[in-house]
Design a protein around this ligand. Structure first.
Ligand code: BDR
Ligand code: CA
Length: 328
């Protein structure tokens, strides 16, 4: 592996989470290929509790041989915060497969908090680190509140968040990562004017199928990563079908992987310059994300939002990169 100059340095903020884990495996492959550097993983309360997302991140890093990467523990959220998504991702957040993997090697009790890691890493390398956030935005907002202006020190902030011209997935109007902590999302969108957003509009076009899992696994069926990937896919397909997410297609949405599609295969996406607003109070619409599509002049854009994706090209690259990882 040759590390290239200008290799993107990445902090992954995540709440694993089945689709988080698929994104995580893809990122580990990109790191192994010398295409990315993983600076830290900051976990957050979301799909399952902060303690579980932390140990899931540790286990998946261990699976890929990345034990040395620091893992942050999630900042506490509000007492009245929303319910998690264990019904989709399994009670452990990884399709009930956590007991099949080597135990977590990072210690939750002594780990640094995620917001502090974000602050320290961005201060140490201003303008160099890309923050990829694929869970609720609690940690990023906490970092911004503690150290105002810190998120501007990121090279780029790339989010899986929101739903613009489509239904929400947790309420009729809201997407899970925003709905879980809308105030945090608002803080992040107010922090700079070039947030990159991969919303449900594109991620619900990204259905990872059993056939794709088999194609990846065939490269080295006996590898632990291949076995885990196939089993996790099987679990996620089961819940996706149960909740009628994919219109009967035998697959599941790899929402969070869209962020890596944007960073490493940008030809697969079309983005629009917009002002994103977050509904933080609505009785029926809390967590909704809005953009103005009226044919009138607009000012105050704060984001680039992906609204179209080329699924064929996206999955060609995703699957090939996973094969690379499994071959190792
Ligand atoms: C997002 O919600 C979570 O359940 C997924 O991991 C993804 O980050 C999709 O709305
Ligand atoms: Ca997630």
């Amino acid at each position: 592996m040759v590390t290239q100059l200008n290799t993107p340095k990445i902090i992954l903020d995540t709440d694993p989470g089945g689709d988080d884990l698929f994104a995580f495996l893809w990122l580990q492959s990109l790191v192994k290929q010398g295409l990315a550097e993983l600076v830290a993983v900051t976990t957050t309360d979301g799909n399952v509790s902060a303690q579980k997302t932390f140990s899931n991140a540790s286990q998946i890093l261990g699976l890929g041989g990345f034990h040395h990467i620091e893992v942050g523990r999630g900042v506490a959220r509000r007492e009245d915060a929303a319910e998690n998504a264990a019904h989709i991702h399994g009670s452990d957040g990884m399709g009930k497969l956590s007991t099949t993997l080597t135990s977590a090697t990072h210690a939750y009790e002594t780990a640094r908090y995620s917001d502090q890691i974000i602050i320290d890493k961005l201060n140490a390398a201003p303008g160099e680190i890309t923050v990829v956030a694929i869970g609720p935005l609690t940690n990023l907002a906490a970092a911004e509140v503690k150290s105002p202006g810190i998120l501007k020190k990121a090279r780029e902030i790339v989010l899986m968040a929101g739903a613009f011209h489509c239904s929400g997935n947790v309420t009729p109007h809201a997407e899970f990562n925003v709905w879980f902590n809308p105030q945090a999302a608002e803080t992040v969108f107010n922090s700079r004017d070039d947030i990159v957003v991969l919303p449900l509009d594109v991620t619900t076009q990204l259905i990872f199928t059993r056939e794709m899992a088999q194609a990846v696994s065939q490269v080295n069926p006996e590898s632990e990563i291949a076995k885990f990937l196939v089993s996790l896919c099987e679990f996620m397909v089961g819940t996706a079908l149960g909740y009628r997410e994919t219109g009967g297609i035998n697959g599941f949405f790899v929402h969070d992987a869209a962020t890596l599609g944007y960073l490493f295969y940008p030809e697969t996406l079309m983005l629009r310059r917009v002002r994103v607003r977050i509904e933080t109070k609505g009785e029926w619409t809390c967590g909704q994300t809005l953009i103005d599509s009226r044919p009138a002049p607009k000012t105050g854009a704060n984001a680039w939002v992906a609204l179209q994706v080329d699924q064929t090209r996206f999955f060609t690259s995703f699957v090939e990169d996973l094969k690379y990882f499994i071959r190792q």
